[in-house]
Ligand binder design. Structure first.
Ligand SMILES: Cc1ncc(COP(=O)(O)O)c(C=O)c1O
Length: 189
């Protein structure tokens, strides 16, 4: 059964706005101990070793791609249904975005179509967990590992979503997540 979540809408954890405002007034809103504490707790919540805050989801992806240092002109696979700014970051860095069809039942990357789309120039794939629904990560990871691809999960819609009991973002080599209401983003590795 498809159980998608709304793309927009403010959902605040009680007390979070006050904590954020206090951090801003302490001069701790962009850097400093509050951010470090947030990153520590975020990484622990996601079962990851590290989490780093970024201004936007697209910037989190941009920094991740830069850190990966893939060869220029590398092909990077994206689902055909995604947010345009994400493949645009890859193009801006000199990579070639390649779009692979989605499964119309889940709106996510079709694992079988992904597998046959891989070429010798493909270096990475960005499984995108759209509308809170996890991608089918087992076959995606199997294909990616068989071809030595880097996997960067786009979890912008799926903070806290799970696939077979594990939080999304914990499958690939890196992930980026986004809080819609606060417009902040986090990279996890
Ligand atoms: C699937 C998906 N990935 C990434 C992003 C990028 O997030 P941001 O707008 O914070 O750059 C969005 C934004 O809507 C998105 O929908």
């Amino acid at each position: 059964m498809i159980r998608t979540i709304a793309r927009y809408g403010a959902r605040h954890v009680s007390g979070s706005m006050l904590a954020a405002l206090k951090a801003v007034f302490r001069g701790d809103g962009l850097r400093g101990s509050s951010i470090q504490e947030f990153e520590k707790q975020f990484a622990a919540y996601h079962g990851m070793q590290h989490a780093l805050s970024a201004s936007y989801g697209r910037m989190a992806f941009y920094y991740t791609l830069k850190a990966l240092d893939l060869p220029r002109d590398s092909e990077i696979i994206f689902p055909a249904l995604t947010f345009w700014a994400v493949p645009e970051m890859a193009r801006a860095l000199g990579f070639r975005p390649k779009f692979v069809d989605i499964d119309p039942g889940t709106f996510n990357l079709d694992p079988a179509k992904f597998d046959v789309a891989i070429t010798p120039d493909t270096r990475a794939v960005v499984p995108t967990h759209l509308y809170g629904q996890p991608c089918d990560m087992d076959p995606i990871m199997a294909s990616a590992r068989a071809h030595g691809l880097v996997v960067v999960e786009d979890c912008a819609h799926a903070l806290g979503a799970t696939y077979k009991g594990r939080k999304v973002g914990a499958f690939g080599d890196a992930a980026f997540l986004r809080s819609t209401s606060h417009r902040s983003s986090v990279i996890t590795i």
